[in-house]
Design a protein around this ligand. Structure first.
Ligand code: SF4
Length: 212
């Protein structure tokens, strides 16, 4: 990251935070992964139950490791032995005190776009967990909502598909074909444009490139 990138991200973050707050989200800017981890741990109470979904950026700042090592009450689907246990953990996350997730894109005017296959992640963003903590790199911030939806659909989803390798067109071509496959990972497209109750959804914006 060059000094120019750092200044660019910091200035855009200032604009974005003002716009997120106008929509009743809480938002913080951390220039580095290390500062973001510190802020996340400050925001998550030691007594909280914590679930997550689509939270690669939280992984990348070391948050899951810190929670596990710190003895937090996590609902970790990766520790489940069977598909049934994983499904139950996803359901349990709907009642978590804190749900950790990422953003496929955020528009500079303060709206978040997320795409989901099974829907557990977007469901938890909409309703259920007491708080939602979004960790997102500034690479996810687009100038307009239209650009944010385009990023989510044509960059984040085909990239994510390279991880899952399901038999969808973008697995082969790297390009979204707006498919209706049985295995499509783009079944739900959520725009979160305002936050109620106030402050339920919190953003930690990181001045580094994170996630997909
Ligand atoms: S081709 Fe299908 S699975 Fe792939 S990004 Fe487009 S809608 Fe999603």
């Amino acid at each position: 990251m060059t000094a120019m990138h750092e200044m660019y991200y910091e200035k855009r973050a200032q604009v974005l935070i003002k716009n997120l707050k106008s929509r009743h989200f809480d938002a913080y800017y951390c220039p580095t992964k290390e500062q973001a981890l510190e802020k996340a741990l400050e925001l998550i109470g030691k007594e909280a139950t914590i679930g997550w979904g689509g939270a690669m950026s939280a992984q990348q700042i070391g948050l899951m490791q810190a929670l596990n090592e710190g003895g937090y009450r996590t609902i970790d689907r990766d520790k489940c032995a069977t598909p049934e246990e994983k499904l139950q953990a996803a359901r349990d996350s709907m009642f978590a005190d804190v749900f950790l997730t990422g953003a496929n894109a955020i528009s500079l005017d303060g709206q978040m776009v997320n795409i989901d296959g099974s829907g557990n992640r977007v469901a938890a963003i909409v309703y259920g967990p007491k708080e939602v903590l979004v960790i997102a790199g500034m690479n996810k911030v687009m100038d307009t909502l239209e650009d944010a939806v385009t990023r989510a659909r044509t960059v984040a989803a085909p990239l994510n598909q390279q991880r899952f390798q399901l038999p969808n067109p973008c697995t082969t071509t790297g390009t979204c074909a707006d498919c209706k496959s049985q295995t499509c990972i783009c079944n739900q497209i959520l725009i979160t444009r305002n936050c109620r109750p106030e402050g339920r959804i919190k953003f930690i914006l990181v001045g580094e490139d994170l996630g997909l």
